[in-house]
Write a protein of this length. Structure first.
Length: 431
């Protein structure tokens, strides 16, 4: 009986159509999950890579450190002062007198002036400058080379020898011209004597003149012939002497040029060596700015104040007008998605985000390999077009502003993120 009643209840329940709440509830549940699925596929959000950022200019500030310990004997800087490239801002105590070094450097920068006397040379370049040993030796070598070159130019011994030889050559040429004229006359006289002798020989054969008279004419012929030979011999001697003097003159000119060139080269070499020694002194004992810009001082510095080797003295902020860049330290995790041209949101510590907003930048360079050490990271450089924030406010630029950067890697849908998570769980289960 019970079984029959249960069977009747089951037939009546199963054959009865579902109520409206069940029918619409199922439909709404299906639509709800379907809309969630569609929304998860449509909705996208940015995948972010966080990094520290340092905002600076294309030419960043330059820190100047002391290379030696000692007292500041010369100070030429103040906070906010504009300085020029290669300007010396401070000198640390050393064995050289910095004023003598500055004087000598200024003189060496100009072209070498050839003084008329050695006295004027030592007036321009005093020998009693206070210089450290290496610079002193180079300076004395420079003065010696300069003095020898001036003595050579002033004495002009080789030049005088050359002029003397040229004068002697001119005299020999004149003598040669005279001898050549005499040679023509002697040759003419010999020809006439020979013709006369021939005529007298014909008369002697006819018996017109005696043997004694013929001998006299023959003697005249021999004398005129000897005159021609003697003059020709003298001409050859003069030609040989002229050629010899020409060779000596050329050798003298070559020697003069060689000595002048050698002495001038030695002078230039010692001058360059002296300049090099002064540059080495500057690199060790001075603070010299490599660029033009404005001085930033973190401590109070005065003359005769002691500084330690490696101590940070001043910072040079280059002149404005440079492009703005951001230097990011990006962790290795998830860095494979970094690409050039990706957008970067920059929040500066100096300017709170809730009040000022953020800056926009673009990735324009990524290091090929990570920097290794205690902290492993990639260096990413971000170009910043301007300092106008997302709130429309203009930020005043200051060098080396710190902040946080959010690099937008890509837009990922919620569905894809769910899929990645599910796949990761499944792979963990499989392992």
């Amino acid at each position: 009986m019970k079984i029959s009643n249960y069977k009747n209840f089951e037939d009546s329940f199963l054959s009865r159509p579902p109520g409206w709440m069940l029918r619409w509830g199922t439909l709404f549940t299906f639509l709800f999950f379907f809309l969630i699925f569609v929304f998860a596929g449509i909705f996208r959000y940015n995948e972010i890579l966080d990094a520290e950022i340092l905002v600076t200019s294309e030419n960043p500030p330059i820190d100047l450190f002391s290379r030696k310990s000692g007292r500041l004997v010369y100070k030429n800087f103040e906070s906010g002062k504009n300085v020029h490239e290669n300007e010396i801002l401070a000198v640390i105590e050393n064995s050289s007198n910095y004023q003598d070094i500055f004087y000598l450097k200024e003189k060496l920068q100009n072209d070498i002036v050839l003084f008329s006397t050695v006295e004027k040379l030592f007036q321009e370049f005093p020998s009693n400058l206070e210089l450290e040993t290496d610079i002193h030796y180079s300076y004395q070598s420079f003065l010696k080379a300069f003095e020898e070159y001036l003595l050579f130019l002033n004495l002009k011994e080789d030049s005088l020898t050359s002029d003397n030889l040229k004068s002697r050559i001119l005299k020999l040429k004149k003598q040669l011209e005279i001898k050549q004229g005499r040679s023509v006359s002697a040759s003419r006289n010999y020809w006439l004597s020979n013709e006369k002798y021939k005529r007298q020989l014909g008369l002697f054969k006819k018996g017109v003149i005696s043997k004694q008279e013929l001998d006299e004419f023959e003697q005249q012929l021999i004398i005129s012939k000897n005159d021609v030979s003697q003059i020709e011999e003298q001409i050859e001697v003069l030609k040989a002497d002229t050629l010899s003097l020409k060779n000596l003159s050329q050798e003298s000119l070559n020697k003069n040029y060689s000595n002048s060139s050698s002495l001038n080269s030695e002078l230039q070499l010692t001058r360059q060596e002296l300049k090099s020694k002064i540059e080495q002194w500057e690199n060790i004992y001075t603070l010299k700015t490599p660029v033009s810009g404005k001085v930033t001082v973190f401590d109070i510095w005065k003359n005769h104040q002691n500084v330690n080797e490696g101590e940070h003295i001043i910072t040079i902020v280059p002149e404005s007008g440079n492009l703005l860049i951001g230097k990011c330290k990006v962790p290795v995790m998830n860095s494979a998605k970094l690409r050039l041209g990706q957008k970067v949101i920059i929040k500066l510590d100096n300017y709170p985000f809730h009040e000022w907003g953020h800056l926009w930048g673009t990735v324009n360079a990524i290091s090929e390999t990570p920097k290794k050490g205690e902290e492993v990271y990639y260096s990413v450089y971000v170009s910043i077009p301007d300092l106008t924030t997302s709130f429309g406010k203009e930020i005043e630029f200051r060098q080396e502003m710190l902040g946080q950067a959010k690099i937008i890697l890509e837009e990922v849908s919620l569905l894809r993120r769910i899929f990645y998570g599910a796949r990761n769980i499944w792979e963990n289960i499989q392992q």
